[in-house]
Design a protein around this ligand. Structure first.
Ligand SMILES: [Zn+2]
Length: 298
């Protein structure tokens, strides 16, 4: 079993990124108060949350779960949290909810988990306003509405020990206008976050990014990446645009994406000189092999 890791005092990553399991990362804040433990997202597998017991935490103390957005890979395990504490409370933005329950925003993601049975979860408190505060003990989470990836995406900002920590969900995810995303809204949302001077970003699928300089480079990079991705959807087999995308991700140090794009480019254009030259450079960084772009453009 993977051990959870401390990010700063009282703030932990419970389930880190795992390339073999596309479910989201799970974070936890120990409020050291009657508010108990606060989770940010729950992932898909409740068993992975049991890891907190190894560090002496009591599963019954999980009293709150803040959901970043309505994609099931982030909240699939929520209904099972009730096995630890039947009174656990759930928080999510009203735009990703329907009839007080979380709304399945992307059936494609749900289909990836074939043996999984979703049970609806009632949202205890719907987030309605930008900058709404959720207070648990001495810890305050500012709810920043960041539409784009989904209409009700929320990033939770926590200031502790002089550090500004952002739990961003899929804010560096893929935003395609053709798949229910909203690129224009997304760019505005990221620009809003760039003004917050975030020191540590706890991301939904890629773990933790710090310090502040790297966070802003990362966020700016995703604006560029998503603009390019939306362009490529219109010309999916254009080697020139594919190479531009490969080079962009390489320069941004998103090596997994760069390798994925380069492999795809070589599949449609095996003699592409630019790609043949770049691929050994990308591989020097030992990126994990993902196979994403092909499915996206198919
Ligand atoms: Zn998502």
């Amino acid at each position: 079993m993977i051990k959870m890791k401390k990010i700063v005092d009282d703030v932990y990553i419970v389930k880190p990124y795992d390339p073999n399991d596309p479910a989201s990362c799970v974070y936890m804040v120990d409020t050291k108060s009657d508010s108990g433990l606060v989770l940010i997202d729950a992932g898909m597998d409740i068993e992975l949350i049991r890891v907190i017991e190894k560090d002496g935490f009591d599963l019954k103390e999980i009293k709150h779960c803040l959901i970043t957005h309505g994609h099931i890979d982030h909240y699939g395990a929520c209904h099972k949290l009730k096995e630890f504490n039947k009174d656990v409370k759930f928080y999510a933005h009203e735009l990703d909810a329907e009839d007080n329950e979380l709304k399945i925003r992307d059936p494609n993601i749900a289909q990836m988990y074939t043996n999984y049975k979703y049970e609806p979860v009632k949202i205890t408190r719907k987030i309605k306003n930008d900058n709404e505060i959720l207070k648990f003990g001495n810890y305050e989470f500012k709810c920043i509405h960041i539409p784009g990836h989904t209409p009700g995406s929320v990033a939770y900002l926590l200031e502790t020990k002089g550090q500004r920590i952002l739990f961003g969900g899929d804010l560096p995810g893929v935003v395609l206008n053709t798949q229910g995303g909203d690129l224009e809204a997304y760019v505005k949302s990221i620009q809003k976050l760039l003004n917050l001077n975030i020191d540590i970003m706890c991301e939904g699928h890629e773990n933790i990014i710090d310090p502040a300089k790297k966070v802003s480079k990362f966020l700016r990079g995703y604006i560029q990446l998503n603009k390019q991705l939306n362009k490529i959807i219109e010309n999916p087999h254009n080697p020139k645009i594919l190479f531009e995308l490969t080079l962009l991700t390489y320069e941004l140090e998103f090596y997994e994406n760069a390798l994925d794009f380069c492999n795809y480019l070589l599949e449609i254009d095996p003699d592409n000189n630019d790609a043949l030259k770049l691929i050994p450079e990308i591989k020097k960084h030992n990126p994990i092999e993902i196979n994403y772009i092909k499915g996206l453009l198919a």
